[in-house]
Design a protein around this ligand. Structure first.
Ligand SMILES: [Zn+2]
Length: 74
């Protein structure tokens, strides 16, 4: 699955962060995907393949709410 994401998008991952949050803001898009935890503000870098595997859904994109749109078959 390819994921079309942009900086500023909000995504939900399958595995929760130790702080308890599932939601992350995209802060970098390149060879790696940079994510910032919405709860504790910690930043991580994930390879695109790893990111695609961990991604559960895109919560919002370009300021629009896509919370009803599930991506991937689970
Ligand atoms: Zn966190």
């Amino acid at each position: 699955m390819t994921v079309d994401i942009k900086i500023g998008d909000i995504v939900r991952l399958r595995k929760k962060h130790p702080c308890g949050s599932y939601e992350w803001e995209v802060v970098r898009v390149g060879a790696d995907i940079g994510l910032k935890c919405l709860k504790c503000q910690r930043r991580v870098l994930l390879g695109r393949a790893v990111f695609a595997r961990r991604l559960k859904s895109v919560v919002s994109q370009g300021g629009q709410d896509f919370s009803l749109r599930e991506s991937g078959a689970g």
